[in-house]
Design a protein around this ligand. Structure first.
Ligand code: MN
Length: 501
């Protein structure tokens, strides 16, 4: 158990350097976390190992896997950032610090903050790999959730369902989304979970029979048409997605046709349409159930052809047709792009991506760093990955990223860890009014990140702000020039009027 070979074997064509790096990170954290145990009395190292393994399973490279081993070392083993940089370099330190920062965000359980939190994750994760590590960390925490207190279970499971799983969905990492949702489902809605499990089990037995027969005749039919280079697998709907679908159809399980589906994976796109033609020539499709996500991919980049057919023996089966690449993408989403190894030939010159450079401060220093450790693996940075991704998913994907992931917003913390979402260039004054009108109206001073600062200070992403108030304090005309939000301006004007009277 916990053998490093398990991880190495998941890498595609690892170089010697890759293996050395992973081994080094493995040994480093084994020592750093020595004597440190988790709630289930297992050594803390087992959590780091599992996180790193989850990352490797997504097909990520050695750098990300090493950062996965190290992800708790600053926070929990008191390793200094300097030491990580010295041992593992700037890039890995950047990833580890990114994950550490994400860990500090507190979930306060009210829907009001969810959207902000989601955006915050995106804004703070300037490198998509930070999020992938964090998601893999969370997956292992969910897998071992039975060992924590009931109260904590519910909080963590809810947070997983409301924040982590939707992020995995946005990034197209179906595999993670499914696992996170099903694990959390059991804790958040235990009764529904049991019920759905029963329904799924019964339904599965019912369709399995049809599936087997259908698969046999399908293979015959494809062979007759000289299609031999394909493979078939079959997937069962996840518990949580069935639950959501049942809610949509008011519990009528009979009209859900995709509880289990047959997948046909072929080499090229034209093969997909050929297979579709053969199937429709042989079995009658259900009208309105043919979806061509190859011609029009889903917003998160998903591609496949779906059709639902009558099997002729009373059964109805959903069939999904896709290429190998699409299959990989459907399971691993953006992770499958980040991990591609390609040379560092071309710099990003795509004019569509210039905005990304502008809103990703700090990233440029990493891009231009020496190539000493970046020549081996998944280094080109995620901007390059986005270029690749965009080529396939088109303009829509980019717009989606731009609007949803990196709006021109900043996210600032209250002293108790709540997140306040403000437009870029907002000041302490905007923050105070965003919390409460009275706090704005009676602000006498403020601390930003623990230091006293002028109230017209422009805030930056991740700042922690504490407002001091005095009964006698009141806004002045000058405040109007030092705030950005209409909310603050309106309240200041009102209060200036009131004070005149
Ligand atoms: Mn962790």
């Amino acid at each position: 158990m916990n053998d490093i070979k398990e991880i190495i074997s998941l890498l595609q064509n690892p170089t010697k350097e890759d293996i050395t790096l992973i081994q080094k990170a493995h040994d480093f954290v084994q020592k750093a976390h020595e004597g440190h145990v988790r709630n289930n009395d297992e050594p803390y190292f087992s959590h780091l190992f599992s996180t790193a393994k989850n990352i490797a399973e997504l097909g990520m490279g050695a750098t990300t896997i090493a950062a996965g081993f190290l992800h708790d070392s600053i926070e929990d083993a008191k390793v200094t950032p300097k030491e990580i940089e010295k041992e593992f370099g700037k890039e890995i330190l950047f990833l580890v610090e990114g994950v550490t920062k994400l860990g500090k965000i507190k979930y306060r359980g009210t829907t009001r903050y969810n959207e902000s939190l989601r955006k915050l994750f995106m804004a703070m994760s300037q490198d998509i790999r930070v999020l992938i590590i964090k998601l893999c960390d969370r997956l292992h925490n969910m897998q071992t959730l039975e060992y924590v207190s009931k109260e904590k279970q519910l909080r963590i499971a809810k947070e997983t369902l409301e924040i982590y799983a939707p992020i995995a969905y946005r990034l197209g990492i179906k595999k993670l989304q499914r696992d996170l949702e099903d694990l959390a489902f059991a804790y958040v809605y235990p009764k529904d979970f049991e019920e759905i499990k029963k329904i799924l089990k019964n339904k599965k037995e019912e369709v399995e029979d049809h599936l087997e027969k259908f698969e046999k005749s399908l293979k015959k039919e494809l062979a007759k048409n000289n299609i031999t280079n394909f493979h078939i697998d079959h997937r069962v709907k996840s518990l949580f997605s069935l639950y959501k679908k049942l809610q949509k159809y008011e519990g009528d399980v009979e009209i859900i046709y995709d509880i289990s589906a047959l997948r046909i994976i072929v080499p090229e796109i034209p093969d997909c349409y050929k297979v579709l033609g053969i199937i429709h020539g042989m079995w009658r499709p259900l009208p309105g159930r043919i979806k061509d996500y190859i011609a029009s991919p889903k917003l998160n980049g998903y591609r496949s052809i779906h059709t639902t057919i009558f099997t002729g023996d009373g059964g109805i089966i959903e069939v999904q047709i896709r290429t190998e690449d699409m299959h990989k993408e459907a399971e691993f989403g953006i992770a499958s792009h980040v991990s591609y190894k390609y040379g560092l030939k071309e710099k990003t010159t795509n004019p569509n991506l210039v905005w990304l450079r502008n809103i990703l401060p700090g990233r440029s220093s990493l891009d231009s760093k020496s190539d000493s450790e970046s020549s081996t693996n998944d280094v080109p940075g995620w901007i390059k990955e986005l270029v690749e991704y965009q080529k396939e998913a088109g303009e829509e994907f980019l717009d989606n990223v731009k609007n949803d992931f990196f709006e021109e917003r900043i996210f600032v913390f209250t002293p108790i860890g709540d997140v306040i979402d403000l437009p870029k260039d907002s000041s302490v004054i905007d923050f105070a009014y965003a919390i409460h009108t009275d706090i704005g109206n009676h602000m006498s001073g403020a601390k930003v990140n623990g230091k006293f600062m002028a109230i017209d200070t422009i805030l930056r992403n991740g700042d922690r702000v504490e407002i001091e108030t005095k009964k006698s304090a009141k806004p002045s005309q000058r405040w109007l020039e030092s705030c950005k939000t209409t909310l603050a301006k309106r309240h200041i004007r009102n209060e200036l009027e009131n004070n005149k009277k």
